[in-house]
Design a binder for this molecule. Structure first.
Ligand code: PMP
Length: 362
């Protein structure tokens, strides 16, 4: 049927492919409580402090939320070691990515995106009519030299997830410094640190340290993973004054709902919950490395709360067989990486159930 005419570039946008939901598995295979290891969520649930704050906030749902997110930004400033006026809060970091693209892209401007990374960078860029330039990977790692080679005066934004999704690799301090010093101040460098809390690698550096010196560096953060608030939607941009004042102008005034404002601030202050999250994640990673290795499968050592496992040609069959056993992983087809499954770290019992099912279906 003919309808209204969208902008010409909208037709080029691939749909975002999310992880299979628990409801789908229940409906398709009649499994009551599937284990979802597909979207890098926090297996511990929300922090108790966040739950309590959200409960208390409910009574105020007839009032507009604070458009400046003052309390949440103060908590974020303490957590990320920066000033409140260097932060914009978003309805998930997806909204921050949208704001940056809308502010810094025009049709025809180029965006550099690594070949194997989070798919929303491409979607948010194409929405603005930008041209996506794909940067080749160095194995499973983002290749800073390749990005630098592809950059030109046409480049509006460079996106780098550090650590990267779905490979779990991270760039070291020297790589980030090289990237930042090679690109001109007109090019916005977005360093997405959605998984930074999970990094064990010694050479990692958060780019928040660079924002005072480099006005073209914008860092992205989320409470969806390490802080267990994926369903509430809390993300941040931490950057210098030019980027913050630019995206503040186009931010919808009431983008953060009252539960997200209150629970987000409480979650950032709950150090014990973060400690437990990291313990569960790191133990789970080490357990999976050992068991997956024992099954003779290769994996990519990860600095995040998920791991990429090489299954080979039969990976889609293995993915389906795991679903039938109530284990939801992520087949990497939509990321353009055949032969691999990405598995989020769950609770110890969930990781064990995954290994048992994998052993059965291989
Ligand atoms: N960046 C990366 C690298 C991600 O993996 C994700 C979530 N999958 C996001 C950003 C978006 O996170 P959210 O919108 O939940 O904050």
């Amino acid at each position: 049927m003919k309808g209204p005419k969208p902008a010409p570039w909208i037709g080029k946008i691939p749909a975002y492919v999310p992880g299979t939901s628990k409801d789908t598995v229940t409906e398709r295979y009649g499994i009551k409580n599937p284990i979802k290891l597909a979207s890098n969520e926090n297996p511990l649930g929300p922090s108790p402090a966040a739950l309590e704050a959200a409960d208390a906030a409910r009574a105020g749902m007839h009032l507009y939320p604070d458009p400046d997110a003052l309390e949440l930004r103060a908590a974020a400033a303490a957590f990320f070691r920066c000033r409140s006026d260097q932060i914009v809060a978003g309805n998930g970091s997806d909204e921050i990515l949208d704001l940056l693209c809308r502010a810094y892209l025009v049709p025809g401007r180029e965006v550099i995106i690594p070949a194997l990374t989070f798919s929303y960078y491409r979607i948010a860029s194409l929405v603005c009519g930008a041209e996506v330039v794909v940067s080749a990977m160095d194995g499973f790692a983002v290749d800073v030299d390749d990005i630098i080679e592809r950059a030109s005066e046409k480049t509006g934004i460079v996106f780098v997830a550090n650590p990267n999704n779905p490979t779990g690799t991270c760039l070291k301090q020297a790589d980030i410094l090289k990237l930042v010093s090679a690109l001109p101040p007109e090019t916005l460098i977005v360093l997405d640190e959605a998984y930074a809390a999970f990094v064990r690698e010694k050479g990692f550096m958060s780019a928040v340290k660079l924002i005072d010196e480099h006005s073209n560096v914008a860092t992205i953060h989320t409470l969806s993973k390490s802080h267990g608030l994926a369903g509430l939607r809390v993300g941040f941009c931490v950057a210098g004054e030019p980027v913050i004042s630019t995206i503040s102008r186009i931010k919808p005034p009431f983008n953060m709902n009252i539960m997200a404002l209150k629970a987000g601030a409480a979650a950032l202050g709950d150090k014990e919950f973060l400690k437990q999250t990291l313990e569960v994640t790191w133990q789970g990673l080490d357990y999976l490395y050992e068991e997956v290795g024992r099954l003779g499968l290769a994996y990519v050592p990860s600095q995040t709360n998920f791991v990429l496992i090489h299954i080979g040609e039969r990976y889609l069959r293995v993915y389906e067989e795991l679903l039938k056993r109530g284990i939801i992983t992520r087949a990497m087809t939509s990321f353009g990486l055949d032969g691999y499954l990405r598995v989020s770290i769950g609770l110890p019992g969930e990781n064990e159930a995954f290994v048992r099912a994998l052993r059965e279906v291989l």
